[in-house]
Design a protein around this ligand. Sequence first.
Ligand SMILES: [Zn+2]
Length: 422
Amino acid sequence: MKMKLCGVGCGRLGTLVGLGRNGAATLALPGCLLYTRTGSAPHLTHDTLQEVGGVPAVAQFTLPTMAELHEVLEEYKEGAAKFIGMPDTVLYCSLLDPVAPCPSGYNTNKTVSLWGASGRMELTTSKFMDIQRAIQPDWFQCISDGDTISGEVSRKRAKKSVDRSLSFLDVCLQLLEKSPELQGSVMFGAIEGGDVLEERLRSARETAKRPVGGFLLDGFQGSAMAKETKLKLIASVTAELPEDKPRIIHGIGKPDEVLECIERGVDIFESFFPFQVTERGCALVFSYDCHSDPEAAVLKQNGAQDTEKNGAEDQDEISKADPEMTPFEIFLKDKRYQDDFGPLLEGCTCYCCQRHTRAYVHHLLVTNELLAGVLLMMHNFQHYFSFFNAIQDALRDNKLDQLKKLVFRQALQGPANAKPGQ
Ligand SMILES: [Zn+2]
């Protein structure tokens, strides 16, 4: 794996080349990973995934799902990529599923706890590396103590998270060197330290001294940490890291937050956000075309007519929208879409928007048809992946500020179908 950077101004534009077992895959930066749980994209078969434009070359899957298959994979011997029928996909194995909650308070100096379908798993470094040997991922996150996201973490606990993670890293690096099965694998060192700046810096400096393939900025998931603190820490941490290795962040997915992290030197994100949007029956409709007139683009895409239609009779339906809903999406289960014959998003080239209407997807959602999730996932993934292309273009054309203004304006507008007055 090699990193080619074309620019490191207000965001790192570049490409990761030589990825995967045959070294043929590339990932444009800033970029995102394909979110999966067990190696396949949620709601989609391999065939339907082929219909989605711009699917990233690297798929993320999570350790708990694979750890439960450990013995089977050990016996299979050919690694998880082949086992799940995706032999050519570049796989990144992360410790946690960004969408699943992880109970706090179980990590020790020797073990990290993960939760799978059959409950809690306690992993030591040697058990962790045994599982990785069976999985044979292209990239994997080193086991670390990232249990600092509750917002009530003391300085002592933050220090402990760094000490433990560094000691796990040292043991795993030694085991990695001795594992023939993992010779083609790249290990990412996790940077921990909660919200304590000195600990974050120590974690970054110490991790950077070790022969890791890249860095994971961990512990920024959730909303317990104030946004200003988070951004300040991210900027301080990336400033300590070498330029020539990629930086992944976990738990950041909203378009405005992604842009803020890119400005602070983050390269790679997950794509759990479009999955969450799909799960709440919503479609991403935010605009990222900063080459057109921003005002007009926002009105056109976020639906000026939606606000007009926001009548009193719709209130019951509206109140069923997920409180987590963001201003970047519309709630298609809402009654107002039952006779809306436009595509989910005007101008979108995805499979769903080319063939179906908002009214049809509304119908599928209210009748609980599985196809609703399939079509929404196809649209939401494609829209989100294209957003990263727009970011790369904006960096190339020196227009990141314009893109930021456009996205931030939409973030402030409030959901197109919120109750009047909210
Ligand atoms: Zn679409």
